[in-house]
Design a protein around this ligand. Sequence first.
Ligand SMILES: *Cc1c(COP(=O)(O)O)cnc(C)c1O
Length: 417
Amino acid sequence: MATDLRTSPHMIPFSPPRIDDRTIRAVEEALRSGWITTGPRTKEFERRLAAYCGVDRAIALNSWTNACELVLRWFGIGPGDEVVLPAYTYCATANIVEHVGATAVLVDVLEDLTLDPEDVQRKLSTATKCIIPVDIGGLPAIMRRIMSMAEGQRTTFKPAQGNMPQQLLGRPLVLSDAAHSFGARIQGRPVGAQADITGFSFHAVKNLTTAEGGALTFHLPEAFDPEEVYGWFNVMSLHGQSKDALAKSRPGAWRYDVTAPGYKCNMTDLQAAIGLVELERYDRETLPRRRAICERYQDAFATDQRFVPPVLEDSERTSSFHLYMLRVRDASEGQRDAIIEAISRHEVSVNVHFRPLPLLTYYSGRGYAMSDQPNAYRHYAREISLPVFYDLSDAQVDIVIAAVKAAVEEVLGPSAD
Ligand SMILES: *Cc1c(COP(=O)(O)O)cnc(C)c1O
């Protein structure tokens, strides 16, 4: 069985991965095959990811962060360029912008915690080269609006000389941060074929994991050749080397060239072996179980005035049920922290997603002010994420619910009704 990560044997953990005999066998088979770096399993995983998302091509890499940083480099984004992204996200979304020397322009979020399209519209400028909506908790951002805003920039967009993707696209790139939303739906169709490029994370705590890992799906206009785009990412994720290990393993095919100093962020077949098992049972087992857990929470909290339940579904969108982001309606930030302490005393692990970027030392030092993003702060200050993972039983969900309600009473007093 999986190593026990709990500090107490009774503690309900937050989101341990689902590792069972099938996962272990798949990794063992990969080890025994001798292909432990990028090879046939990675290529198969990519084909299946593309098919799942309904796109021509997907590439599997070693993290969301490196995959999406590579996207910014592909699109030639650098100093003087602006990238619009929400203040309410994980630091990775903004860190990649810092890595390439561009400027992150922060926007506020809506009540459903996704980025506010009106605020995006206000922040667009002639320097905007990319918009990164975040599907926070697994709920897709309002992608149609964002795509049409990007289209609206066509007349003022100034493509960089010497960057072919900017010239072909002729407007800002929409790169979806779908680190939380693999398997979420927009109008019934899986996330991955709405933005120009979608980035997924397969980090250990994410819905679908490869231990560490990430992928991109490409959904670019016709002017782009999917094979050429895939080829660029494939080569640049491996030092810029014209042939990967698999291609070089063919008889007589040893000679390679390097045409640009690439990066090193390929996925290994050990990771892909885990991913193939995860993907195969994703719609049949993972998503239905996560949905059932979130709906059990929803039944307990949506009818209780002390809480603001998360949006899991509306007429256009269905969450991937990655996080159950509960808010305590009348709690201050300090009271929320006290509630979390009380919940831990009831032996339940919870989390907060996320400290908005302006609260982080680096970003406040760069001049970003929390007061410019009032909604992000208001939501964050009241937010508590509850455990959601495949092996969480209904009985444990009920223990979590009781612990949260008891903790809120301990800190805020008995409920009015
Ligand atoms: C996890 C996460 C990332 C980073 O993913 P990695 O695969 O760890 O690089 C990016 N954005 C969000 C919103 C995340 O939660």
